[in-house]
Unconditional design. Structure first.
Length: 179
């Protein structure tokens, strides 16, 4: 048993009860983070921006997150975001391509994620192409999203966080393995 398993409702910390009934109670990753209530409370505003208010929009955000999951080898994030991408209308072929050899705008975004993982920065020519394609604010949000999901990936993999049951069931019905 990992030292920080997802916290169940009956032992949820009282000081973050309002978060349990919101976003944090819905996913095992935040139930793990609840072992550190101050961290989860501080995380909430950034999560709101990255997940719901990003200049990337939902489709581009999923491309970024799926590529992060691949680069980190994060099964939890892959499974969760395959199901979200499917709900947005992504085909399994598009999702698989994001994990390997995406083309067009998906490929440009994947190249940016790769640059951040490999070089820890966007080279100026890539940043300029990306800004021209998606806008400067979206580039900044892309960088923030990679950082955000990297931290989540570290937590998920360190504490062997189980994929949430509904997502695991969806992936069992329609598997699409992490490349």
């Amino acid at each position: 048993m990992p030292p920080c398993p997802p916290i169940p409702d009956e032992t949820w910390p009282a000081e973050i009860e309002d978060l349990r009934t919101g976003f944090a109670g819905r996913l095992n990753v935040y139930r793990v983070m609840a072992h550190h209530p101050a961290l989860l409370r501080a995380w909430a505003p950034l999560r709101a921006h990255v997940v719901t208010d990003s200049a990337l929009g939902p489709d581009r955000s999923e491309v970024v997150i799926l590529r992060c999951a691949v680069r980190m080898g994060a099964e939890y994030e892959w499974a969760h975001h395959v199901t979200r991408a499917r709900a947005l209308g992504f085909s399994d072929a598009r999702i698989a391509a994001i994990g390997s050899t995406a083309k067009g705008e998906d490929g440009l975004i994947a190249a940016a994620v790769d640059a951040l993982f490999d070089a820890r920065r966007l080279p100026a020519p890539l940043e300029a192409r990306l800004a021209a394609a998606i806008g400067q604010k979206a580039v900044l949000d892309l960088i923030a999203t990679v950082g955000f999901y990297s931290v989540l990936g570290y937590l998920l993999m360190t504490y062997e966080t189980p994929v949430d049951a509904d997502v695991a069931a969806a992936m069992a019905r329609a598997p699409l393995p992490l490349p």
